[in-house]
Every structure is written in C-alpha cells, then in structure tokens.
Design a protein around this ligand. Structure first.
Ligand SMILES: NC(=O)c1ccc[n+]([C@@H]2O[C@H](COP(=O)([O-])OP(=O)(O)OC[C@H]3O[C@@H](n4cnc5c(N)ncnc54)[C@H](O)[C@@H]3O)[C@@H](O)[C@H]2O)c1
Length: 367
C-alpha cells in the first residue's frame, strides 16, 4: 500500500502519540517532515520517530512532497497555518478547536472546497472502539429513539500538570473549547447534527497559579469563562444537557449518558478510545457491561488522519471532516454567544452524521 506523506507542524505535548501512531500503527501514513519553533523539541521528535526531515512550517506547507499538513500548534495558530496550507493546495488536519471562531472555521471549510482538498480535525476519539460500539448499539435500536442526553466534563483545569498551561485560559481555551470538542463530536456522531443551543457561562477564578514544572508558582490571568452550562437540541429531536468546567475540584458525574425510548446507554469517556459501556433496556433490572465490538481501543490519535489518507488513496470524505469540526466549533461558540445575549442560538452550520467504522477491521487499517 502506498503511504501518504505527512508533515507535522508542532512537536509539543500531544505530538508524540500522533507521531507514534502515524509512523508505527497505521499502514497508510508516513511522517515525512516535522517542524517546531523550538529546535530541541523538533530534533527530539525526529530522532525518536525516525522522521527524515526537520523543516520550518513554511517548508512543510510549500513542499511538493507533503500531502497532508497536520497542525498540532496551540489554538491561536490553528487558523492561519491551516489557511496557508489550504491555499498551498494541501490537505489539512488540525488539532482542536478548528479555529478561534466559527467564522474562521467556516472560512477554512469554504477554502478547502474551493481548492478541492480535504479538511479534517480532532478529536478522532469517536472513531475508537468505545464510541463506535455505542454508535452501533444506537443504530441497531438497542435504546429505541434517543430522546435526551447528559454530558459532563468537570475538573480544576490543567495548570497542575501541563508544562505550559497559559493557553487554556486565553481565547480558544477554557473548558468548552478545550474539552467540548470530545463531548460534542461524540454527541454529533451518536445523535446527528445539532439545531439550537442555550448557554450560561461563568468565570469563578480571575487568576490561576501554575503548580507544574517548569513554570511552578507563576500566576496566569484568566481571560475566558471557565464554567459553561447549557442545552443543545439536535435535529433528530434529542435534547442534551452539557456542563464543561475548570472550576470544580471533584464530582461523581458521569461523562455521557444517552436516554432512549427503550433504554439508557452509558457512554465511555469521549477523551478515550475504549470502554466501559453499560446498557440498561426498559425492561431490564440492571445495567450490563457491553463488550467492545470495534478495533482501536487503545490511544489511536491519528486515526482521523489515517482515514483522511484512505480518502486520498481511494476517494470519499473523511469521517473527522471539516464540516463536522466546523459544526462543533459553532456549537461551542453558541454556548458563549447565547450566554452573552440571553437568547437561544439557532445554528448556521450542519454536517452529515459521520459514517460509522465497520467491525472486524485489522489493526492499522481503516477499511
Ligand atoms: N496536551 C494535550 O494533552 C492535548 C490533548 C489533546 C489535544 N491537544 C491540543 O493539541 C494542540 C497542541 O497542544 P499541546 O499541548 O501539544 O501544546 P504545546 O504548547 O505543548 O505544543 C505546541 C507546539 O507548537 C509549536 N508551534 C507553534 N507555532 C508554530 C509554528 N508556526 N511553527 C512550528 N511550530 C510551532 C510550539 O513551539 C509548541 O512546541 C492544542 O490545540 C491542544 O488543544 C492537546
């Protein structure tokens, strides 16, 4: 099988799992070049994963060799680097969120269409064994028609572990833009596109103190809301309640539950690829744990890129595609704009419910 050549911009915290999977797990990808403003990080990544070229972002974007540009920089740099890569005729896959605003997201979707290239973005956890098994259970009617869902992502932020956590408290950060993509992409994958959003937001702490190294003790100003609550109505009729918060020290809330006319499905953490999954039907007395039916239970970040590579090789549109990530970005924006205006927000974007993955895949393959 021909391998699609990938250039990765950003060799930071999240990059190693991508490099590992794109060089060692997936059969149709090859990391041909990497770039980072910090030469030490770039050299370390290139040497660990045998990446043959250490280039600048510009060299990756303009190279005739590179087919997919993977943008793993922090949110403020997502739009401009993606725009340049699309303009240069490259397929682009970007970490979440797609950009800092839904206007920018829509612009990238438009530009990709104009240039006839593929756009996609994280998260791709919804292609893992856990969420794909949940999708199959819903599609096969195990809980009847979905009527509602709850989704909760609450913790006390990332300044206790991330080496450089400031971006989580600037525009493009906050719990919704950081973690909402996992929860909302999972919900759109399970329930289809959303229609209307109502939100409320709060900033409970004006400053945060970093307790991780190397910036231990440094105080960061919080520029964005850090507690976001609201509801989403889906085109299919289900209503989801969602809370994302960096203001909660501890809780016992579940990650995602889907309530159907015939039962309840307890969905695994959408920031993981595996289980557990629990199901209780209308007439059952207890929840039963459901075995995972699909491949990719372990951390398979990059499967969305392998799926994009598959589309380059065989045709089709990526499952973790631009319209999905742009729709999720608009939902996240809508929580904030609804809170600011005190009004429900009717969404402008939509997307196809992403195609499910088949069962029985061989590891390393996406078809
Ligand atoms: N850290 C995590 O656990 C995690 C998990 C999932 C997703 N993400 C997402 O991944 C993205 C990156 O997060 P991170 O934690 O790896 O951040 P990071 O700060 O550790 O890494 C980003 C890297 O991008 C480099 N960079 C920025 N602009 C560049 C340019 N023009 N050219 C070359 N290099 C450039 C920086 O030097 C830095 O090394 C974010 O969007 C984040 O939301 C992070």
């Amino acid at each position: 099988m021909r391998k699609v050549k990938i250039g990765i911009i950003g060799c930071g915290n999240i990059s190693s799992i991508y490099m590992q999977n794109l060089t060692r797990t997936f059969a149709n990808t090859e990391v041909y070049a990497c770039a980072d403003l910090n030469p030490e990080k770039m050299e370390a990544a290139a040497s660990e994963y045998g990446i043959p070229n250490q280039w600048t972002a510009e060299q990756i974007i303009t190279s005739d060799e590179i087919e997919i540009v993977v943008n793993l920089t922090t949110p403020k740099d997502h739009f401009e680097l993606c725009r340049q890569a699309l303009e240069a005729g490259k397929h682009v896959y970007v970490e979440k969120p797609l950009s800092l605003s839904s206007e920018q997201g829509r612009e990238l979707v438009r530009l990709a269409k104009e240039k006839g290239v593929l756009l996609g973005g994280a998260p791709d956890t919804f292609l893992g064994a856990g969420l794909q098994t949940c999708r199959k259970l819903i599609d096969d009617g195990f809980i009847g028609e979905p009527v509602a869902a709850t989704a909760f992502m609450v913790n006390h932020g990332h300044e206790s572990w991330h080496p450089n956590p400031s971006f989580y408290y600037k525009k493009g950060g906050g719990p919704m833009y950081d973690m909402g993509p996992y929860y909302l992409t999972a919900l759109v994958s399970l329930l289809g596109p959303a229609q209307t959003v109502a939100g409320m937001t709060k900033k409970s702490f004006e400053q945060r103190t970093i307790t991780s190294e190397p910036r231990f003790g440094e105080v960061i100003d919080v520029e964005v809301p850090t507690h976001i609550a609201g509801t989403v109505r889906f085109h299919g009729g289900a209503v989801a309640t969602l809370i994302t918060s960096f203001d909660v020290w501890s809780s016992t809330l579940p990650c995602i539950e889907i309530y159907g006319t015939q039962g309840t499905l307890i969905v695994p953490d959408p920031n993981t690829f595996g289980g557990p999954i629990r199901l209780r039907t209308a007439h059952g007395d207890t929840f039963s744990e459901i075995p995972l039916l699909h491949q990719y239970e372990e951390n398979s970040r990059g499967i969305g890129i392998a799926d994009m590579a598959d589309c380059i090789l065989h045709g089709g549109t990526p499952r973790a595609g631009g319209e999905l990530t742009s729709h999720v970005l608009e939902i996240m924006d809508a929580f904030h704009s609804s809170a600011d205006s005190g009004q429900y927000v009717t969404l402008q974007t939509s997307c196809e419910q992403p195609r499910s993955l088949p069962t029985g895949l061989v590891k390393g393959q996406v078809r």
